[in-house]
Design a protein. Structure first.
Length: 172
């Protein structure tokens, strides 16, 4: 799960990103997170997860760097995944292409979609942590934590309940 230009070097932690540019589908995210090979470690946006070996020399057969690969047992953290936008208020300004990957109808819908995404990341049993930046984004984006008039676009207590439930279940 990586962005087009972020092949990983050798590390103790696998930091993976899973972004969909054509919609927010928790079922596809769950499928990716359900397996290491071909899933979490598989290519994304036509890029490999890890840097390949580097060869040099006249013949191209001299190994300069061994590259990187997954180390069994290394923790996997999903550092970014999918986006959920909230529809602007009726009196708000809607844009043709609001930021995000999918648009929720209301605060309850945001929470439902967030829960589905979190479940998709953890259900496969390979991921031990996640980062979901939309819970702390600045007011500059449409998928913000608080609208300009300081109305939450999600339910902070509901988010805490979802994350606490997954933590207590041992999913992470």
């Amino acid at each position: 799960m990586t962005l087009p230009s972020s092949e990983a070097l050798k590390a103790d932690i696998i930091m993976a990103k899973e972004l969909a540019f054509n919609g927010c589908h928790s079922s596809k995210l769950a499928q990716t997170c359900s397996q290491m090979e071909g899933g979490i470690l598989g290519p994304k946006a036509r890029r490999e997860m890890f840097v390949k070996p580097i060869y040099s020399g006249f013949s191209g057969h001299t190994l300069v760097d061994t590259g990187a690969q997954h180390q069994a047992g290394a923790p996997v953290i999903c550092t970014e995944f999918r986006g959920v936008n909230i529809a602007p208020p009726r009196d708000g300004e809607a844009r043709e292409r609001d930021w995000s990957y999918t648009t929720a109808a209301d605060v309850d819908d945001v929470l439902r979609r967030f829960e589905n995404l979190v479940m998709a990341v953890f259900k496969g049993g390979h991921t031990c942590g996640l980062v979901y930046t939309q819970l702390i984004r600045a007011i500059l984006e449409r998928a913000q934590d608080v609208y300009y008039h300081h109305h939450h676009c999600h339910n902070p207590k509901g988010v805490r309940k979802i994350l606490h439930a997954f933590h207590m279940s041992g999913s992470s």
